[in-house]
Design a protein around this ligand. Sequence first.
Ligand code: JDE
Length: 241
Amino acid sequence: MRLEVISIFPDYFGVLQLSLIGKALADGLISLDVHDLRDYTHDRHRTTDDTPYGGGAGMVMKPEPWGEALDDVLAAADPSAPPMLIMPTPSGRPFTQAVADRLATAPHLVFACGRYEGIDARVAQWAATRMPVLELSLGDYVVNGGEVAALAMIEAIVRLVPGVLGNPVSLVEESYAASSDGLLEYPVYTKPPTWRGMDVPPVLLSGHHGQVAAWRRAQSEAITARRRPDLLDHPDAPGLP
Ligand code: JDE
């Protein structure tokens, strides 16, 4: 998988050299190229923003540097594996585990990280005439730029690429325990069996696989009902017994 990022803060993506993702990069399972949007400006101050037409607070990212950066990305792309453009924005469609699953099989993803109040809307409009464009939101809150959102999305996607996660069994387990059955994860424990006066639930030490599974399921249902009742309202939700 080929990953590219366009940002005015390319240093944000240094953290991707760490841990699992760094290993996948070093192993050549994925490649990452980060482009500094300011390299596509032509004025002395390397300006990427301007005041909004129609008035209002804050600044908007100018379209021209984005156009040139995307021209470069498209010119270097493999014609048989066209890129998808991902634009993190609070007004995007929700980025979910299902979206991450689908994007994990894409050959080439480009993340456009906006700042200020956003990017001139013509950038997404023009880009959509050249490649699939997904405006995606991490959640219903605003951060200062698309960089943090892109990092979260990249981590969620890349860990699903075959060979990236050290132990692929955890992906299977996880899909049973959490995301795919639509319930939140049950609580987990490790040694010691007693810590600061608190015991690990005895069923987990019993060796009874059926009872362990039933306990975990009940915990997941109770936690989901308490913390995320919205997850139980869906037509495809597991429902409580
Ligand atoms: C991404 N969930 C949240 C923020 C923004 C007021 C202030 C800022 C591309 O346009 C953007 C991007 C971002 C950064 O991303 C997020 C985000 N998923 O905050 C704004 C909009 N209104 C605009």
